[in-house]
Ligand binder design. Structure first.
Ligand SMILES: Nc1ncnc2c1ncn2[C@@H]1O[C@H](COP(=O)(O)OP(=O)(O)OP(=O)(O)O)[C@@H](O)[C@H]1O
Ligand SMILES: O=C(O)C1=C[C@@H](O)[C@@H](O)[C@H](O)C1
Ligand SMILES: [Mg+2]
Length: 181
């Protein structure tokens, strides 16, 4: 595995960061944290934060939460799944330089069914797919720039994708080791 760096999963809403991250952590037998869940545990539902305090306040809470998750995880292997928009914060972008960042790549067609199964995403209110696509267009270059590794998650079950990520991470770690030696 890539040293003792936290493995951080990034990507747009509903690609499977939480589900696949959880699976990957089980396979690697390392701790798993989901920063959206940390926020909900500490501050209540994401929808209620957006409604009561606005997106700006949510982003501040999110940046602090991600920093605390990464700092707490450093020095040991672990898996951290971020919320879809967490990568927009410049402090978070800097912190991710100390992690192994995996971008879960998906497309509109595949994500449509995954969105349908989930609710409570305030930024997808109304026409969820149109909102998803608009956000994806602006964020895609950020995901691509921050990623050490890109994994296509369009095909396969959560369990299969967990295995695929594990293999991709082992290959990445081996290639990195070879360059460093
Ligand atoms: N490969 C897959 N096959 C089938 N269902 C999937 C797959 N990946 C994720 N899902 C399902 O799609 C839904 C969205 O996944 P998940 O919540 O993990 O997305 P996310 O990337 O964490 O989204 P968010 O950015 O909103 O946190 C969940 O119900 C999850 O179980
Ligand atoms: O993409 C986003 O901006 C978001 C994604 C979710 O994970 C949550 O963090 C929240 O709904 C905002
Ligand atoms: Mg999630």
């Amino acid at each position: 595995m890539p040293g003792n760096r936290p493995i951080v999963l990034i990507g747009p809403m509903a690609v499977g960061k939480s589900a696949i991250g959880h699976e990957l952590a089980k396979l690697l037998d390392v701790p798993f944290v989901d920063t959206d869940n940390m926020i909900v545990d500490a501050h209540g539902s994401i929808a209620s934060i957006f409604a009561g305090r606005g997106e700006h306040a949510f982003r501040e809470i999110e940046a602090r939460t991600v920093a605390s998750a990464v700092e707490h995880a450093e020095g040991a292997a672990s898996v951290i799944s971020l919320g879809g928009g967490a990568v927009l914060d410049s402090g978070t972008q800097q912190l991710l330089g100390r992690c192994t960042v995996v971008y879960l790549e998906c497309d509109e067609e595949t994500v449509a069914s995954r969105i349908a199964r989930n609710s409570g995403r305030p930024l997808l209110a109304g026409d969820a797919m149109a909102r998803w696509s608009a956000l994806f267009i602006t964020r895609k270059p950020v995901y691509e720039r921050l990623a050490n590794l890109v994994v296509d998650v369009r095909q396969g079950s959560v369990s299969e994708l967990g295995h695929r990520l594990e293999v991709a991470l082992r290959d990445y770690a081996a290639a990195k080791q070879e360059v460093e030696n």
